[in-house]
Design a binder for this molecule. Sequence first.
Ligand SMILES: Nc1nc2c(ncn2[C@@H]2O[C@H](COP(=O)(O)OP(=O)(O)OP(=O)(O)O)[C@@H](O)[C@H]2O)c(=O)[nH]1
Ligand SMILES: [Mg+2]
Length: 1032
Amino acid sequence: MATNSHASEAFKQYVQKDQDGRSVLIVPEGKYKGWVPRIIYSMHLEDVSLPFLRLMSFPVGGTSIGNLVGMKNFSAVGNYLCLLPKSFGTCKCIEKLNVSFNHFQQIPSSVFNLESLTEVDCSDNELEVLSADIGKLKNLRILKLGGNYLSEVPGEISQCKKIEYLELSRKWYPREGGMKELPKAACGLKELLYLDVSWHQIHTIPDEVGNLTKLESLNLKGNFLRNVSPNIVSCTSLRELNLTGALKLNSYIPPELLQLSELRTLNLNNNYFSQISPKINGLKKLKHFIMRRNALVNLPETLFDLKHLESVEVGDNYLEQLSPSIKKLKKIKTLEMRGNKLSSLPEEICDCLSLESLLLSMNELKQLPENIYRLVNLKELDVSQNNLTTIPLLFDKLEMIGQTGLLDLGGNSIKVPPQEICDQGTDTLFSFLREYRIGHAKHRRKMILIGAAKAGKTSLRNALILGRSKLTAEDERTWVLERHLWEPEPDLRVQVLDFGGHHIYSAAHHMFLTPEALHILVFDLSKYRPEHYDSMVGNWLDAIMDRSPGAVIVMVGTHVDLCKEDEVDENLEDIIDKMKKVEEKKIQEIKIQLVQTDATLNSLTNRDSNTKFNIEIERLTEKRNGIYKMLKTRSELPKMIHVVSCTDELTGVKDFRDLLVRKLKEAEERPLPDPWWKYLQKISKYPEKILSLTEALRIFKSVMNELKQSMISLEGSADKSLEMVLKYLHATGEIMWYADNPKLQKIVFHHPETLVEMLRAIFKHDFEKVVVFNEVFGQLAGLNQKKFEAMKEDFLTKGLMTLELLNFCLYHFKLTPEARDTFVDLMLKFDLCYELPSSLLTNYTSARILRFPWFLRTEASNEVFVKWPTKTPRNIIELSFQFVFPSKSPPNFFEKLSCRLQTHVLKREDWKNGVLAFMNKSRILLTREKKDGGTVILVSVRGSDLQELWGLLLKIYHDMKCLLLEWPLVHVEQNLLCSHCVLRGDNDPFLYPAETYLETICPKNVYQLQTCQKSPDTNIPACLIIPLDAGV
Ligand SMILES: Nc1nc2c(ncn2[C@@H]2O[C@H](COP(=O)(O)OP(=O)(O)OP(=O)(O)O)[C@@H](O)[C@H]2O)c(=O)[nH]1
Ligand SMILES: [Mg+2]
């Protein structure tokens, strides 16, 4: 023990100034034991805290504690005190006194002189009586006397009118003695918020309870309550009622308690109830229902009417089932039913999306609902000690559990996945499940969400995949597209492509559109007006129908929450009506074409046979077959339109989802053969951004070798087998491989994301806003702000992308120059841009410049009119043909053609709707024009070298035919313009069918033809109408 002087020194270090400059003495717990040195009595201390010092008493007389007249707070928790010196009564400033956990048998009388006291804590002492003097402490707000032996409370306590917090609980042992009634005196405390009278023998709550109108919390734990005054309903502020073990003698909950309509928490643990009254639903605002360790055999249905319930804890009862009505509890976060007799869970539990903790250990569960993975907010799941033999295969979708790791599957006999895997924690288990499903899925599909900007595609995707509402923010548009895996059922794997609706992205979409996908056309029903049909529905329907023969299309109107009820049906009818009409017209047109071709064919077959006619018959038969196929493979129009809202109500989403799942599973099963799965695994780990076909083949051979699998025998050769595998993986959306595109065939996109990322770097609807100068990227790309702004402007008006600006845009990909060049190469191959010839780079310092025609905003310059005068100059020949699309041209057709043109020309000038290009002595003009509701793409060549002119014209014609293959079902008229008429200056020249004339060659020894119906008697030089050579 410290000597006095030492002790004084040691003590001084515990005196500090607090933030307000007050002197406080706080002796940290365990730092000092024994007498308190007298030195403290000569200090000016405001706070004195002497916890757990083994203090038995304070010195009396002379310098004493009474000197601390400025003291406001005094605490001596956990000592051996049973007295306080009289002098304590002179500390008149004291407000807070804490002598809990000591040995006081009564509150020292000196305390009652201290009227300034607002808080007294004398809990856990040995008080047997409370002096009537308590009434003198008129400023008391908090009085803690819990854990003593009090058996009554003096009436005078009601004079402490300010008391808000009153603890009167008895020690929980011994159980005899204590109050029999809720003390009436306490019921007079009108300001009371909290009252704890646990561990007494209270059997009655008297009528006076009705005075406690401010009471928020009443703790009656461990009493023997039998009579409750109906006046308790006047306690309208009561939020929390603890009746743990307080109703052991009751066979039912006193009905008066079930009328506490403001109650938030009810604790009925440790009683003996086997039933709960259906009137429990009187507790209308109840949030927490706690009734563990009773003898419940069921829960009343009315419990599920308590829509505010956030937690239900009914562990250790005898419950055998959970009602499907659980789904009505939309706010429930915790459901605790440990130690019951549940053998199954209702599917409806999966609708309790707010659930965070589901605690079901020690039951008899044989399986869990398959859809449990939809509980997106679940953070803790305990199903240990049950009889589970399987777990849902989509378990790993419980993302939150993946993060917390709070999953207990122990003590079951799970076979799939093996219990050993389940016992290794969420990381191992979840990766096992993911891999297992990739290998075992029977249905693998692609699903495309397509439609105008802001149609609601992304929000719908979220609702479908997440199973809850997640609306996108107002300004959150999808860039190009997003690709997501959706696994609505364990054996169904769907790659969802969610397209950005802005028109600029149509340039990219066609790369991802495939007929085998399920197409979902999405539109915002609340914004629909009949005049918007084309932009919201029609154009998108065409984009699918013209491109993907036989595509299955589903239509869905979103935002139904914002629609007026009567307008919904009206608008849907209008859409269906228009769709039908447009389609009928299209079919009619195709049929007329068919009849016309048939008629021409018939007339030709009836003529004498000669070589020219034979070729013509062959060509026409091919054309006829093409048209016939077009008719037969046209997609079926959707028969109905679904309506949904993706807001919290998720109106219609469940039905829509079920329908999609049905449709997705309609197609034949496509399980993935094991060796192919191994192959997919291998290539998905290949580190480069893209995979060459040669490398893909090498890996394929090595996988097959490893597996000692002779896939080669299947298709005859490794190449052929690989082709089959890649086509399959492409169709199921795992990879992208353009089998039919000679330019792209050599590349396998083993990570389809690479393609998307590449496109996103350039194609941004809000390029102007989001691509802004940044010193760091700028420096690395060799750009200062001025240069950057000039280049950006050039891109946004003329579609010109310099290598520097491209580097800037791609910077965050951290590409090597080689990888960047591969990107550029790909974009060139996809006809998304062309490279300006170096001869045109004189105005720029950049080493390479690409043009993306989609971004051109300019009109034709005057120079164009000089170089290509309206009237064909003398001694110059002009040849032209046109493609006429009766409605719109397919998106991108013109831009892609303009990119392809680059391979045939040396110099060019581009504007939004045209190109003027030069090749040797010839000039080429390419224009796009809207005419009579349709689009005309006109290609003209001028020059004096007829051979060169035909050569150029045919190359471009060939390009256009090639491009059309991407839209196999689009209707287009192809005409050769009569050069004779053109050269005569006729603005409305005679039109020849281009397919007939451009795909034949001028027969030998034929020099003149009389074919122009505008000049039927004139002999026209055959070389002006029929190519000299077959061309390309
Ligand atoms: N009230 C209501 N708002 C919706 C609904 N669906 C989407 N929205 C809102 O509509 C706007 C557009 O929704 P998105 O899902 O981003 O539309 P999108 O078709 O993906 O748009 P893009 O990506 O630009 O093509 C957002 O502000 C959404 O919050 C719906 O059913 N009801
Ligand atoms: Mg979107």
